[in-house]
Design a protein around this ligand. Structure first.
Ligand code: ZN
Length: 285
């Protein structure tokens, strides 16, 4: 069972895909895949009766982010040891947290816009955690795991000059430019079995960049939710983008992105693939 949103930007409809790959229009059940829907149905999507739902043909349709605009997008920095090393920074003892503006969330294959004059736009393939139940002052990772609705593929696009030179000790200015968070193609419900070892990889113009597994995360999804809940209330529909593995341009090993480049992100069979073209802000497609 997977959840998707399809249609033109701002007009997406909610869709559920069964285990045979058939897509159904979810609008008789919910107007959107938002916090209210996730709070009601997280953990029991298999109990949704699909027989009365209209079938949907997916071919040729734009894929939107699989969640409606989140109330918050929370980023985690330096959550893979090899990426901390390539960034020249020590491995953190506690999660490093920053905010992305929620309006950065776009479809998985939408164009990514290079801000005017920006020189250091970079890719970051990540596991995204979508919250399904309000999380506050959680006492255990078990409690935290129960607050996770599902997982998505997330590209935490970053502008390194804005992040490291314009932002001061926090990074949000380099993380919040328009289109800087392609998410999707789908949301897969979280289970005890699928959280541990998701393969992540990225390519630029077909050349390999990142290749790792969520097994290498310093702080796993449940621990992140538990720790964050000590400082803020996580709401259904919120997105946590959980950090990126080694292999970004910031390492100095690869050039930064330019208009015309194509990013490809993979979360393996579980999370699917994304593909984005880079365009200049001055000359949108
Ligand atoms: Zn990131």
């Amino acid at each position: 069972m997977r959840l998707m949103r399809i249609g033109t930007a701002g007009n997406e409809i909610p869709v559920i895909i069964d285990d045979e790959g058939q897509a159904y229009d979810l609008r008789p059940v919910t107007a959107d895949i938002d916090g209210g829907f996730l709070q009601t149905w997280a953990g029991q999507l298999d109990e949704l009766d699909l027989t009365g739902l209209p079938r949907v043909a997916m071919e040729g349709k734009r894929i939107g982010a699989p969640i409606a605009r989140p109330g918050a997008v929370i980023g985690v920095g330096l959550n893979y040891a090899a990426h901390a090393a390539e960034s020249g920074l020590p491995l953190p003892e506690r999660p490093i947290i920053f905010f992305k503006h929620p309006n950065t969330v776009v479809g998985p294959n939408d164009d990514v816009v290079i801000p005017p004059g920006a020189q250091r736009v970079d890719w970051e393939v990540e596991l995204g955690v979508v919250i399904g139940q309000q999380a506050s002052y959680l006492k255990s990772d078990t409690e935290a795991a129960a607050c996770i609705a599902g997982f998505v593929l997330s590209n935490d696009v970053s502008e390194r000059e804005y992040q490291l030179e314009h932002s001061g000790p926090q990074w949000s200015l380099g993380k919040s430019c328009p289109t800087f968070n392609p998410v999707g193609p789908w949301l897969v419900p979280a289970t005890a079995a699928n959280a541990g070892a998701i393969e992540l990889a990225s390519w630029v113009n077909g050349e390999p960049r990142q290749k790792s597994s969520t097994q290498d995360m310093v702080f796993g999804p449940a621990e992140l939710v538990r720790r964050l809940s000590q400082y803020m209330v996580l709401e259904p529909g919120d997105l946590i983008t959980t950090g990126t593995p080694a292999g970004v341009a910031l390492s100095g090993r690869f050039p930064y992105l330019r208009a015309g480049d194509v990013m490809r992100m993979s979360g393996g069979g579980l999370l699917g693939e994304q593909r984005q073209r880079l365009v200049d802000a001055a000359a949108p497609a």
